[in-house]
Design a protein around this ligand. Structure first.
Ligand SMILES: [Zn+2]
Ligand SMILES: [Zn+2]
Length: 245
């Protein structure tokens, strides 16, 4: 009784204070009431082609070309939005650096809708979602991992489980500012199985996964995380990002 009365009141006050201090408005055009307004959702820059995670050339459905595939390589990369579009960049940069996890819930819904209509074949029943992990110090600083928020939202929309099987061991520099060789070196050895997965290796062995992140440039970070999963026997790893740079 106590809780049912107090909780909604507390939430109302919290929502009121947050909405007054930081009113929700479209991160691309400023219209109040939603993180991405309907107008921006329809005009936002979408990618026309998917690229192979290995050679960066176009490939249907984002699947890694058969001649580019290696035993521990990712099987595909699917991205939806064009990071070079100003609206896309505004939404993702403001979401990350203004500490707005709500935007990733919204983007997760958008991604889920696109997957259902354009890529229903990858949504097989036993596939699990994995967020690309942040290093614990970076997550503490930001307060949330945007990839985890995306995964939670995708999980609700698509009814797929989220697997906590990866950890980030190394604090890496931002990939965006590095040249190709430096990017590969920067993420080399960055990931490992999580302590939980080390005790439950059968949860990785022969399982298919969708590895989720907000943005990718060359796919080096995703490929490195996919490698850890494949080395531990994952059956399939499809990478999925909101945007591609
Ligand atoms: Zn807008
Ligand atoms: Zn290729």
């Amino acid at each position: 009784m106590y809780q049912t009365f107090i909780k909604p009141l507390y939430l109302d006050v919290k929502t009121f204070v947050l909405d007054t201090l930081f009113p929700i408005s479209c991160l691309a055009c400023g219209e109040e009431g939603t993180w991405i307004c309907a107008d921006c959702k329809s005009t936002i820059g979408k990618l026309e082609h998917q690229r192979c995670i290995v050679c960066q050339k176009n490939t249907p459905f984002g699947l890694t070309h058969p001649h580019c595939q290696t035993p521990h390589g990712a099987d595909g990369l699917i991205s939806f939005l064009n990071y070079h579009d100003q609206k896309v960049a505004d939404i993702l940069i403001k979401g990350k650096y203004n500490f707005l996890p709500g935007i990733y819930e919204e983007l997760g819904k958008l991604l889920a809708g696109q997957l259902k209509t354009q890529y229903p074949n990858i949504l097989i029943s036993n596939i699990s979602l994995i967020p690309v992990p942040l290093h614990s110090t970076r997550k503490r600083w930001r307060g949330f991992n945007q990839a985890e928020v995306l995964c939670r939202s995708l999980s609700e929309q698509l009814n797929l489980p989220v697997a906590d099987v990866l950890q980030r061991k190394k604090i890496t520099k931002t990939q965006k500012d590095l040249k190709k060789d430096a990017r590969l070196k920067n993420v080399d050895g960055a990931f490992a199985l999580s302590p939980w997965a080390l005790n439950h290796k059968s949860e990785v062995l022969n399982h298919p996964f969708i590895l989720v992140d907000d943005v990718t440039t060359t796919g080096a970070t995703l490929a490195e995380a996919a490698k850890v999963l494949k080395r531990n026997g994952a059956a399939k790893v499809i990478c999925l990002t909101v945007a591609r740079d």
